[in-house]
Ligand binder design. Structure first.
Ligand code: FEO
Length: 170
C-alpha cells in the first residue's frame, strides 16, 4: 500500500496534469480563432500528452493499491494576446509543473518510497524536454519575427508535430 503523503502528492499531480491539458486546449482554441492552424495543432497534441501524463499517474496509484482522488479542475487562463505571449505563458506554466515534479521526487525520497522516486524520473526528463521545446519556439518567434509571412512558415512547422503516446508499464 502506498504511503498516504505520497498518494496525496500524486493525486495533486494528476490534477495539475489535467489542468495542463485544459490550458493547452484553451490555447489551441485561441490559435484556431486567429487562423494559426499549426499552432492550434501543436497545443492540441500537447493537451493529449498532458492527459496521458495524468493517466500514467492514475494507473500508477492503482497499481500501488492506493486511492485515486480526482479533484476539481480549474478553468484555464484565457488572456492570450499573441503567439509570443502565449508561448511565454506556456514556459512559465511548465516551470511550475517542473517545480511540482521536483516536489514529488523530494517527498518520495524523504519517505523512502523508492518505487515512486524511480517512477517520477520519467516526468523529470519529460519536463526538461518540454521546457526546451517551448523555449525553441519562443526563440524562433523572437529571432525571425512575427510578421504574417514569417508566422505562416512557423505555423506550417508546428503543424507537423506528431502525437507519440507514452505507455506506462511498471
Ligand atoms: Fe505534463 Fe507539460 O507537463
Amino acid at each position: 500500500m502506498i504511503n498516504k503523503k505520497v498518494e496525496d502528492i500524486l493525486n495533486a499531480q494528476i490534477n495539475k496534469e489535467f489542468y495542463s491539458a485544459y490550458l493547452y486546449l484553451a490555447m489551441s482554441a485561441y490559435f484556431d480563432e486567429i487562423g494559426l492552424k499549426g499552432f492550434s495543432h501543436w497545443t492540441k497534441v500537447q493537451a493529449k500528452e498532458e492527459v496521458e501524463h495524468g493517466m500514467m499517474l492514475f494507473d500508477y496509484i492503482i497499481e500501488r493499491d492506493g486511492n485515486v482522488d480526482l479533484r476539481q479542475i480549474e478553468s484555464p487562463a484565457k488572456n492570450f494576446t499573441d503567439p509570443i505571449q502565449t508561448f511565454e505563458l506556456i514556459l512559465t506554466h511548465e516551470k511550475t509543473v517542473t517545480d511540482s515534479i521536483r516536489g514529488v521526487a523530494e517527498l518520495s525520497e524523504g519517505e523512502c518510497d523508492i518505487a515512486t522516486r524511480h517512477f517520477i524520473n520519467w516526468y523529470v526528463s519529460e519536463q526538461v524536454e518540454e521546457e526546451a521545446n517551448v523555449s525553441d519556439v519562443i526563440k524562433n518567434l523572437k529571432m525571425f519575427g512575427t510578421e504574417n509571412s514569417i508566422l505562416y512558415h512557423i505555423d506550417k512547422e508546428l503543424g507537423k508535430r506528431e502525437y507519440k503516446p507514452h505507455i506506462y508499464k511498471a
